[in-house]
Design a protein around this ligand. Sequence first.
Ligand code: M5T
Ligand code: MG
Length: 580
Amino acid sequence: MIFRYLTRTERILLVLMLALVFAQVYLEFEIPGYMSSITDVLTSYGTPDDIAPYAWRMMLCAFLALGALLANRLLVSYVASGLACRLRSLEFDKVQSFSSADINRFSAASLITRSTNDITQIQNLLTIATVVATKAPLMVVWGLYKILGRGWEWTLATAIGVVLIILIEMLMIFIVVPKYRKMQWLTDNVNRETSEHLAGMRVVRAYNAEAYQRRKFDKANDELTGTALFAARSLSVLNPMMFAVQNILTLSFYILGAVMISAASMPDRLVLFSDMIVFSSYAMLIVVAFILLGDITVIIPRAAVAARRVSEIIEYEPDIRDGEVSESPEGIRGEVEFRNVSFRYGDGGYVLKDISFKAMEGETVAIIGSTGCGKTSLVNLIPRFYDADEGSVFVDGVDVKDYRLDVLHSKIGYVPQRATLFTGSVSDNVNFGAGSSDRTEDDVRRAVAIAQGTEFVEALEGGYDGSVSEKGVNLSGGQKQRISIARALCARPEIFIFDDSFSALDYRTDRDLRDALRRETAGTTTIVVAQRVGTVMDADRILVIDNGELVGNGTHRELMEGCPVYREIALSQLSEEELV
Ligand code: M5T
Ligand code: MG
């Protein structure tokens, strides 16, 4: 199934590779023939000169076989690494289109193992198994053809040897293969523990939870190690057993040969001796073929699991599918409407119930409500991180599900609740995403200025080129928030979504930022989630969410009069006088 992803050239190369395997086996099987001829010459007291032509041909065969093997390996590794690279990028692209729900379904740790370890397994399979799988059967058939009719005693011995090897391989399949399958899932666990531990290092330190984390990691690690060890130990017992069979077989050829030769009379003895040499060489090749087949019976199921895990991703139909609309209707700009929207995570209870409201162009709509009431869930429906279960969300009069995702996203400047920064410079982080090449250094400065970040950015070593480390750990919470806000501003979208994006700012910076926003981004629709009444008071409209329901929709004044939930929140934060 994974072969589907090979290009035409690669398929042609694979066929060429098969031809090379064929050539190699042919050449290798010529060698025992020459050996027998040489034995004939020797036993009939020939001179070295009589041997020379056979010896030369034998060497030529050996070198040509080596050449074929080398060429084969080169081809196969070229094809295998090409495929691995393609699978990785296909997987990366697919994951890019995943919604948050899709990512949760597979788990980030598993996605990482699937695009690293699993693809390596497939690559290994292709490098080893394609060669072996063609070579081994070829060797068996050819070998049988060469030895048939050369003495039933030896044939019987070979048959017994092969049966023993097959039995050992069956043991392998039953004992080792299931463990190998399990290892893939256990690797996911180790990855998850590691990444969670690294991300949460500070908390772990602060709570002296190292021992706890260690135990969790040890559990995952021991399980993986135990399984891997079991598999390796079983193989380390079974593999030598196969070689033992091989050696005992050689020995029995010679014992049988000795008995047969001593029973025969003179001219027959020489024939028997030469037959014995030829037979044992071919029989060994057959036995080796079976041993090789044993090796791949272990690799194939492991790679098959990997292939299934990889294609599960590549062929996954993401929940969120691209629409077709690439332009919104003339004359409407920056309009957001929710019509009877209900939403829940998976099969859980409804997190949002029957929400309807409309934000007109240039309006500032604030959303307030107690923690966990569904504010983030609500705004996440606008850029389609999730899709509404009932009802529809419209942007500029078009259902968000009908937009091409890139078009929809280019209309929205989204600032998440938790600022997310990337490794790179401050400028790289602010001037981010599609269209970044059209924006200038001045746009970056302006955006940072509105986000009230000029002062701290210029104080950074390197200023706008100063570096932001992985996840922005070298910046404070408020600094990260401001860069994240500047990123949205820099993109000059039609609609801003600020999800509690001012929470880490002190009151003064919060106020200055909102003033600057109002001045500089007039005409841009703004949806702002906030916990502080002070932050939302001057919004054009305030939506009050309580337990997933819209319980208030109006201005500060109206809500103070008519919405008890709002009044309660407001009074818990500010005094009566401050609120007018
Ligand atoms: C609303 C649940 C959560 C809460 C409710 C993100 C997320 C949330 N929830 C899930 O079950 N799965 C999820 O992936 O949904 O959550 P919210 O929308 O994040 O609430 P909020 O933004 O109003 O809260 P806060 O704390 O940001 O003010 O019951 O369990
Ligand atoms: Mg939230």
